[in-house]
Design a protein around this ligand. Structure first.
Ligand code: ZN
Length: 199
């Protein structure tokens, strides 16, 4: 595990929960973003334990509370459990977007109007799904007040200006498919992500 700045107690606890639940996988993975990597954080494996999910949600809620979100928004599927836990900790509603024929939609909920919201994800690699979800709400007049995730695995040059709160920041190599050394080695590619249109 390469952790960039996990010197604080919460990061260390989350990394321990990840390790204990087998959520940190190594191999050759196609990420939801379409990038390839030799490391994958399958947060669902950690979040299957409700006490771990509740802990992560409560800690993320502390980071987002100063922004006074009036609801939490997550993109399905990855953000569902952690988003709900954050919303529970802050005692605000939880909404999610989902892909319908490849397009992110607020399918099951009426637009909440001009309220403040915090965007919550499990893992952020490029933030593409998250930003699509937030844009839908912001286009309808809601105020995107803050963003948070359990694991921030963005490359250093991936939107450094974005104020993304995270419980853990890790440095894993992310490769474009054309420039992936694991592909060149011929290692079989595993696709645990959920965005169908990524290549
Ligand atoms: Zn590859």
């Amino acid at each position: 595990m390469t952790a960039c700045s996990c010197s604080n107690e919460v990061s260390e606890k989350i990394l321990k929960m990840m390790a204990e639940s087998g959520a940190h996988l190594t191999g050759h993975f196609k990420l939801t973003s379409g990038l390839h990597s030799d490391n994958y954080m399958q947060c669902a494996l950690m979040l299957r334990y409700p006490k771990y999910a509740a802990y992560a949600g409560a800690e993320l809620a502390k980071l987002l509370e100063p922004y006074k979100p009036e609801f939490i928004l997550s993109p399905a599927l990855g953000g569902l459990i952690i988003g709900h836990e954050v919303a529970r900790a802050l005692d605000v509603p939880f909404l999610f977007t989902e892909r319908v024929d490849g397009e992110m939609r607020l399918k099951r909920f009426p637009h909440p109007g001009a309220l403040r919201f915090a965007l919550v994800e499990d893992v952020c690699t490029t933030g593409k799904s998250s930003r699509e979800a937030a844009r839908i709400l912001a286009d309808g007049g809601a105020v995107w007040a803050a963003s948070g995730c359990i694991v921030d695995r963005r490359a250093a040059d991936c939107m450094p200006e974005w104020d993304l709160k995270s419980l853990v920041k890790v440095c894993f190599a992310n490769y474009s498919p054309e420039d992936c050394p694991l592909c060149r080695e011929g290692l079989p590619l595993v696709k645990p992500g959920s965005r169908p249109d990524a290549k």
